[in-house]
Design a protein around this ligand. Structure first.
Ligand SMILES: NC(=O)c1ccc[n+]([C@@H]2O[C@H](COP(=O)([O-])OP(=O)(O)OC[C@H]3O[C@@H](n4cnc5c(N)ncnc54)[C@H](O)[C@@H]3O)[C@@H](O)[C@H]2O)c1
Length: 271
C-alpha cells in the first residue's frame, strides 16, 4: 500500500460482481485511502452483490442508469453531499451491446439495439461528464477514466458493434477532455484493457479462444482486472497530473505486436 489516494473522493461506476474491473478498482482505491460512492444501473442492484462491496469499503451506493441525465444529476449531487465536497476521480466502467446479447450479427443488427448499446456504452460517458462539468463537481487536478478495448482501432469480428461504441467513447474522452482540462485542470483518459474474464467480457462470442490468443501474443501476458485497477489508481493519483486526452494501452504489450513465437509455433511445420 502506498497511500496513493489518501483524502481523495470519487465515484465508481460499474461494479457488478467480484470479477468486475470496477470492483477491483473499488477495493484497491479503498486500500489506498480513497472515499467514494458506488453506482450501477438499478437493474444491476437487484443481484445485491454490491452491498457486500459497499460494506467492505465503507461506501454508500446510489443507483443510476448512466443513460439518464436525471439519474446522473441526482448521483453527482448526492455524492458531493455524502463525501462532503467536490470529487477528485470518476471511473466509467460500463459497457453493453444489445446486439451481442441477442445474437445479432454485425452485418445485420437491429438498429434500435445499436442505438441503445451506443447510449449505454459511449454516450453515457458524455452525459456523465456533462453533469460533472456543468455542476463544477470536480476539484482542480481531478481525473476521469473510462475503460475501452482495442477493437476501437483494429478488427475483432466478434466484438460486434462494441467496436464502434469504443471508438466513439475514446473520441469523447479527447473532445470533452479538452474543455475539462482548459477550464478545470481535470484530465480525461481511456484505458484500453486486455480481454478480461468478467460478465461483460464473457459475453463476446468465442471469448476463451480470444483470451488465450491475446495472452500468447503479449510478451507480458494478458493484464488481469486487478492489474487494471492498479493502473487506474495511478491515473487517479497526483503522479500523473499532465497525462490527458490519451488512450492508454494496458495489455501486456499486445497492441504493438505483429506475431509472437508462441502463436507462430502453431503454424510452423516441425520437420
Ligand atoms: N472484460 C473485458 O474483456 C474488457 C476488456 C476491455 C475493456 N472492458 C471494459 O471494461 C468495462 C467494465 O466491464 P467489465 O469487463 O468489468 O464487465 P462487467 O459486466 O462487470 O461491468 C459492466 C458494467 O456495466 C454496467 N452497466 C450496464 N448498463 C448500464 C447502465 N445503463 N447504467 C449504468 N451501468 C450500466 C453493468 O451493470 C456492469 O456493472 C466496460 O467498459 C468494458 O467494455 C472490458
Amino acid at each position: 500500500m502506498y497511500n496513493l489516494l489518501k483524502g481523495k473522493k470519487g465515484i465508481i461506476f460499474g461494479a457488478l460482481n467480484e470479477h468486475s474491473i470496477a470492483w477491483k478498482v473499488a477495493e484497491r482505491a479503498h486500500e489506498e485511502g480513497a472515499q467514494f460512492v458506488l453506482t450501477n444501473a438499478p437493474i444491476a442492484m437487484r443481484m445485491g452483490e454490491l452491498n457486500g462491496l459497499a460494506a467492505k469499503t465503507g461506501s454508500q451506493i446510489i443507483p443510476a442508469d448512466a443513460t439518464s441525465m436525471e439519474d446522473l444529476t441526482n448521483l453527482v449531487e448526492k455524492s458531493m453531499e455524502i463525501l462532503g465536497g467536490k470529487l477528485d476521480f470518476v471511473l466509467h466502467s460500463i459497457g453493453m451491446s444489445v446486439n451481442v446479447r441477442k445474437g445479432k450479427h454485425y452485418t445485420d443488427p437491429s438498429y434500435d439495439f445499436t442505438t441503445k448499446g451506443w447510449d449505454v456504452s459511449a454516450v453515457s460517458f458524455h452525459k456523465t461528464m456533462n453533469v460533472l462539468y456543468n455542476k463544477q463537481a470536480m476539484n482542480d487536478w481531478g481525473s476521469i477514466v473510462a475503460l475501452t478495448y482495442m477493437a476501437a482501432q483494429r478488427v475483432f469480428p466478434d466484438y460486434n458493434d462494441m467496436a464502434d461504441n469504443k471508438a466513439y467513447l475514446e473520441s469523447i474522452a479527447r473532445s470533452f477532455g479538452y474543455f475539462f482540462g482548459r477550464d478545470h485542470k481535470v484530465r480525461v483518459n481511456t484505458i484500453s484493457q486486455s480481454p478480461t474474464p468478467t460478465t461483460a467480457g464473457s459475453g463476446v462470442k468465442g471469448f476463451d479462444g480470444f483470451l488465450a490468443y491475446a495472452d500468447q501474443m503479449s510478451p507480458l501476458g494478458n493484464a488481469t482486472a486487478l492489474e487494471c485497477a492498479d493502473y487506474t489508481l495511478t491515473l487517479f493519483s497526483d503522479l500523473t497530473k499532465k497525462v490527458t486526452l490519451q488512450n492508454l494501452f494496458h495489455d501486456g504489450g499486445f497492441s504493438n505486436m505483429g506475431v509472437s513465437d508462441a502463436v507462430m509455433s502453431k503454424f510452423v511445420d516441425e520437420k
